[in-house]
Ligand binder design. Structure first.
Ligand code: NAD
Ligand code: MN
Length: 363
């Protein structure tokens, strides 16, 4: 029987609630499949680790993860530690350390979920946003001088390499090609950012020559926000820079009903390193520790994790269980206007996974 080594990193806040729920779901799926096993190892890195050791993860932490088949991540962010320390000390360290350059963010309106897009039916919204995940605006290049003085200066320099732009655009064209509509929107801002984004546009045109079967267009990022709201059906696959896609994908998650539902994968397409899957939401300080977090974004991330491992049957079973649960309004958490708890939603998903396949199909 196949066995997958999976690292779980709950991190901070509601990450500590939704990741254990995701781990339970993965164990159940493996057990039920009779085809594969999952060996989970939990790493207690994050804010608590920082208080004890002065760092978010051990210096050799990447080595502990290197041999894993995948990583399930929660959130990095602690109310008592500055956000740039928690983010750079853990999540970005893993994304950049393992060159997970493609951040893939699917958006759909799940059954039973109310979208703020009034003119949009559930079937109309099926997007995948591809975010460049290792450079650009979040390259980490910059600095501060004259700190605390009137002449203080600070820079965050956006770095775009031709190789980095090429590989993310190539990945996006390939993903667009694999989807039914074979359609890609390249998001840009080359009117105002006249160097790197102009190169981004040039590379897009060059790469597109290798994908004559993919229809593609270009949209300025500000116009893209309006298009997502006003003409959602005109969008299928989207590719954008690190910062642009960060913002667009939160908008996408809100349009699909809630930040608590949205999943993502930080992918190393070359499979040199483990890829990392996580809900897109953060630590949710306002509800942490109360058992109220919506675990669906984590479960959908587990679907992506299973697809990445090639366990497509288990992935399909889990997605069907998720959709059956969201369709039942009595199982909606607070972010969706309901009163269900993390535990109730998790138990319901597990119950549906355990139903015999025939009953599942009929349900
Ligand atoms: P957030 O996603 O934590 O919360 C935004 C709002 O959405 C809150 O009202 C929260 O209660 C709600 N929400 C989010 N996920 C939910 C869920 N699963 N169920 C129910 N409600 C949910 O964003 P924020 O407030 O901007 O950030 C809080 C902290 O998280 C910060 O420290 C930030 O840096 C960090 N953060 C980390 C990541 C990450 O590790 N990937 C991502 C975003 C934010
Ligand atoms: Mn974000």
């Amino acid at each position: 029987m196949k066995s997958y080594a999976i690292a779980t990193i709950p991190g901070d806040g509601i990450g500590k609630e939704v990741v254990p729920a995701g781990a339970r779901v993965l164990q159940t799926l493996a057990h039920n499949s009779g085809r594969f096993r999952v060996e989970l190892e939990e790493f207690g890195w994050g804010g608590d680790w920082y208080r004890a050791h002065g760092v978010m993860m051990p210096p050799d932490g990447l080595d502990a993860l290197r041999g894993k088949d995948a990583i399930l991540f929660g959130s990095a962010g602690d109310p008592r530690i500055p956000d740039h320390i928690t983010l750079w000390g853990l999540r970005l360290k893993i994304c950049q350390g393992f060159d997970q350059y493609a951040n893939v963010r699917p958006t759909r309106i799940l059954p039973g979920i109310h979208s703020p897009l009034k003119r949009c039916a559930a079937k109309d919204l099926d997007w995948v946003i591809v975010r460049e995940n290792t450079e650009g605006e979040y390259a980490g290049v910059g600095g501060r001088a004259h700190q605390g003085h009137a002449i203080e200066v600070a820079t965050d320099v956006s770095i775009m390499t031709r190789a980095g732009v090429q590989r993310i655009l190539r990945f996006a064209f390939q993903l667009a090609r694999s989807r039914p509509r074979k359609q890609l929107t390249v998001v840009t801002k080359s009117n105002a950012q006249r160097h790197a984004m102009v190169m981004w546009d040039e590379v897009a045109l060059q790469v597109s020559n290798d994908f004559p079967d993919v229809r593609w267009d270009k949209e300025l990022v500000d116009a893209m926000t309006a298009r997502m709201v006003n003409r959602p059906t005109s969008i299928d696959t989207v590719v954008a820079t690190n910062l642009h896609a960060d913002i667009l994908s939160d908008l996408a998650a809100a349009l699909a009903g809630s930040l608590g539902l949205a999943p993502t994968g930080n992918i190393d397409p070359e499979r040199r390193y483990p890829s990392m899957f996580e809900p897109i939401h953060g630590s949710a300080f306002d509800i942490m520790g109360k058992g109220l977090a919506n675990p669906i974004g984590t479960f959908w991330s587990c679907v992506m994790l299973l697809e990445h491992l090639g366990e497509t049957d288990a992935a399909r079973t889990l997605m069907a269980a998720i959709e059956s649960v969201t369709a039942d309004r009595s199982l909606h958490t607070g972010d969706l206007g309901g009163t269900a708890t993390t535990q109730q939603v998790t138990d319901a998903v597990i119950e549906r996974i355990q139903r015999p396949a025939v009953a599942r199909a009929a349900a």
